[in-house]
Design a protein around this ligand. Sequence first.
Ligand SMILES: NC(=O)c1ccc[n+]([C@@H]2O[C@H](COP(=O)([O-])OP(=O)(O)OC[C@H]3O[C@@H](n4cnc5c(N)ncnc54)[C@H](O)[C@@H]3O)[C@@H](O)[C@H]2O)c1
Length: 379
Amino acid sequence: MKVIILGIDGYIGFPLALRLMDNGIDVYGADNFYTRKRVKEVKSKSAIRINSMDERINKLNNKIKFFKGDVSNPKFVYDLIKDIKPDAIVHLAEQRSAPYSMISLKTANETLEKNIKSTMNIIYAVKDLKKDIHIVKLGSMGEYGTPNIDIPEGSFNVNYNNRSDNLIFPRMGQSWYHLSKVFDTYNLILANKIWNLNVSDVMQGVVYGSRTEEINKYSLPTRFDIDEVYGTVLNRFIAESVMDDPLTVYGEGNQKRTFLSLEDSIYCLNLILNNPPDHEYKVYNQFDEYYSLNYLASKVKEYADEIFNKNVKIDHLKDPRIESENHYYNPINENLKKIGYKRQRSLDDEIPLMLNDLNNNKKRLLSLRNAIKPKTLWK
Ligand SMILES: NC(=O)c1ccc[n+]([C@@H]2O[C@H](COP(=O)([O-])OP(=O)(O)OC[C@H]3O[C@@H](n4cnc5c(N)ncnc54)[C@H](O)[C@@H]3O)[C@@H](O)[C@H]2O)c1
């Protein structure tokens, strides 16, 4: 099998490339180093030192073929797909920070334009060049928002005025970033409807962790962002505990979100690649569990106190986001289980590993301290 990973230099893209390569798949990847550049602009960097793409490829004896380019450029995407004619494309190459999308009109437009264009470039190139390519597109569980009813996988049955239909479940994303993913979803649904493209649309929860089997095997770490713009919540709590700073819970901390480990994310994407849809548009709610922010903070405190003999404090900051701090939350994740998903790594497996990895990078981490406190406000 030939697979192109768009966004191969990223947190998920690089460990996915290692896994696929080890599974005997021909791996091709593209990236324009957008995340490295944007993280630098907010005066941060990966808290764990990562190699350049050249160093990564050299260490892997050139087994992965890399192409530098911008996925929002239609010609780049068309030529790449035309030359490689892959069986599948995993599309990770989007602006992926909700806070970044909320900084200004410029960053909102950049997020919407780049993300929507990049998915459209893939749709059109696949339609024109090889319609049976399996498009695996990374969306977000945040597309759904936090409705006061259960969240199904993609669509649900509606009865209204004595008539019924199966309709796409309402998407109520709470940032321009999430709304860019909602547009991608609608565009992929239409592409499937008119051209029968094979689409797996992955509504992914928040990913945490610093390791996978292959990161260990090749000693090639993946990026680990902890700043207020690019860092995700659990990774940020880990960093704060290692720096002896209070954990910064936004608002009351009763906000619930879905989560999965990096190892589980890679495992799920592998399962999805091995189960291509038959000219269908298929949705996967890709997560392991859902937790409140307060629960995550208490877990990090428990392990940091025990491992490093600390007494970690937990602070509640005024929530910089506009979101419900107390809400119902019950998302369903059946489709991955149907193709064989079982949890690989739990929160309790990963938190001690992350604490150790960041503790080994403590000096680097301390130089990023100013980048953590939230400055990006939704209002
Ligand atoms: N990490 C999470 O918790 C999480 C959760 C839900 C969804 N996702 C989605 O998964 C995907 C991957 O996330 P990640 O955490 O690995 O992010 P990341 O930023 O680490 O990786 C994305 C990669 O894509 C590249 N990229 C971005 N725009 C590009 C463009 N126009 N052309 C070429 N390359 C481009 C970046 O340089 C980066 O290497 C994203 O689409 C993100 O929205 C991530």
